[in-house]
Write a protein that binds this ligand. Structure first.
Ligand code: SIN
Length: 487
């Protein structure tokens, strides 16, 4: 184990099932690498069908006791977990940077963002209100109850190894559900570290289970086909989401899907260009461009096209690319070689179709196999390029130009994705019209940062369904039951 932290208990290498970090029979394991230098930093237990089934059973066994606690009791335990996470934030951020690559300060931001879901849903645990409905006959009374759906399975991505877990686990536990989490094989250490703190907070054995594996298809199949699992929550790519949904159909599971995006970032002539640049940098280059809500296509109105492009280049020249553990680094490595190859392919395609690479456009040190990729700006982008329809998931900003509001709305909506969209402008009547016309679940207006615990995160179209965070986030983990009472 090459990880050094103040609280060594946070470093675990085995799956957490039924309240224990269990060794795998036969010792099957996989390696976790630091994407900055490809060094193997941990060897982690590799679960298969047997361990996934064990975790589901543990969650099912723990369900009755957990759901029969009062909301206030569950809230108290969740609050303790929240406090422990904040107390260990430096260690958790260090683990996160080492396995995922994002800069340490950004990782700390993610730990706080992740913890905020636990705090929020600890409060919501007390407020799962039902309803009374005036009866339809004089002798009938109608009461609506909300009850936990039961055992939940969460399949979570590598780009937010902490927050995408807490965003699912916290509402599930608050609602009275128990859960099995399958984190990405690229970043399992953050998941195990927060399981240690869950245990310390008093979350009972079996309520939270973490199944580490690099056999995602095998374990995913067990989770989606088990009749004991009543709901799947998935964050990841659209093709994998579709496959999971097909598998869930057999047991008619509830599902929440937070899938890929293709966010437009529109800049109108009357926008505050400096503010738009600030928003563009935050939205595009955060996490090296590896978020589902990153701006993917910049649409800039003709009158400000040159000014915006030049200013964006000046801004990204200041972003230091390197080891996330080094002070001042703003962009860490991409997660793996496959990710760099994908970005290289998109940039090459744009170049071949008339795009002009104004800045960047290659690995930081092109002679090595480093996963560091230069922040990049491509002008003269057109809708025939792959970057128009494909999620880039890297620090590359293609800039398209447009003339009219109608044209840009049509371009922005010309995608199967519908997660996040952004636009900058100052005309109020246009702001309303554009906000209403964009076919997206989330719209940033004069801001590039929209993610927060208090607002409903989620998409429309092929970006999925269900909402995470906010007062709506707990609903996905509750069933509605109505009582019709004849008196
Ligand atoms: C994501 O990329 O899926 C989540 C991004 C966020 O919460 O900001």
């Amino acid at each position: 184990m090459k990880l050094k932290v103040n609280n060594p208990r946070l470093i675990q290498s085995n799956p957490y099932i039924g309240g224990k970090f269990l060794g795998i029979n036969g010792g099957d394991s996989f390696l976790v690498h630091n994407p900055f230098d490809n060094e193997a930093i941990a060897e982690v237990g590799n679960c298969g069908t047997k361990e996934a089934e064990l975790a589901i059973k543990a969650a099912n066994d723990a369900l009755d006791t957990w759901k029969s606690l009062t909301g206030i009791e569950r809230s108290t335990i969740l609050h303790r977990w929240y406090e422990l996470i904040l107390r260990n934030e430096d260690d958790l951020a260090r683990i996160l940077t080492l396995e995922q690559g994002k800069p340490f300060e950004e990782a700390k931001g993610e730990i706080r963002y992740g913890a905020s879901f636990i705090e929020w849903f600890a409060e919501e645990a007390k407020r799962v209100y039902g309803d009374t409905i005036p009866g339809h006959q004089q002798n009938k009374r109608i009461i609506v109850l909300k009850q936990p759906v039961g055992v939940v399975a969460a399949i979570t991505p590598w780009n937010f190894p902490n927050a995408m877990i807490t965003r699912k686990v916290a509402p599930a536990l608050a609602a009275g559900c128990t859960i099995v989490v399958k984190p990405s094989e690229l970043t399992p250490l953050s998941a195990l570290a927060i399981a240690v703190l869950a245990d310390e907070a008093g979350i009972p054995p079996g309520v939270l289970n973490v199944v580490t594996t690099d056999r995602a298809a095998e374990v995913g199949k067990v989770l989606t086909s088990s009749a004991l699992v009543k709901k799947i929550s998935f964050t990841g790519s659209t093709p994998v989401g579709k496959l999971l949904l097909e598998q869930c159909a057999q047991t008619v599971k509830k599902a929440s899907m937070e899938l890929g995006g293709n966010a437009p970032f529109i800049v109108f002539d009357d926008a505050d260009i400096d503010a738009a640049i600030e928003g563009a940098v935050a939205s595009k280059y955060r996490n090296a461009g590896q978020t589902c809500v990153c701006a993917n296509r910049f649409f800039v109105q003709q009158g400000v096209y040159d000014e915006f492009s030049h200013k964006l280049v000046e801004a990204i020249k200041k972003l230091k690319v390197g080891n996330g553990m080094e002070a001042g680094v703003a962009i860490g490595p991409l997660i793996e070689e496959k990710a760099v190859k994908l970005v290289e392919d998109l940039v090459k395609d744009a170049g071949e179709k008339g795009g002009e690479i104004m800045y960047g456009g290659k690995r930081l040190d092109a002679s090595t196999d480093s996963l560091l990729y230069e922040p990049t700006v491509i002008t003269k982008a057109t809708s025939g390029m792959k970057v128009f329809s494909q999620e880039i998931f890297g620090p590359v900003a293609p800039i398209f130009s447009f003339e009219t509001e109608e044209e840009v709305i049509q371009l922005a909506n010309d995608t199967t994705a519908g997660l996040a969209a952004y636009f900058y402008g100052s005309n109020h009547s246009r702001i309303w019209k554009v906000a209403e016309a964009l076919e997206y679940g989330m719209v940033g207006i004069n801001t590039g940062m929209i993610s927060t615990t208090v607002a409903p995160f989620g998409g429309v179209k092929e970006s999925g369904y269900g909402r995470e965070g906010s007062k709506y986030g707990i609903e996905d983990y509750l069933n509605i039951k109505y009582l019709c009472w004849e008196i």
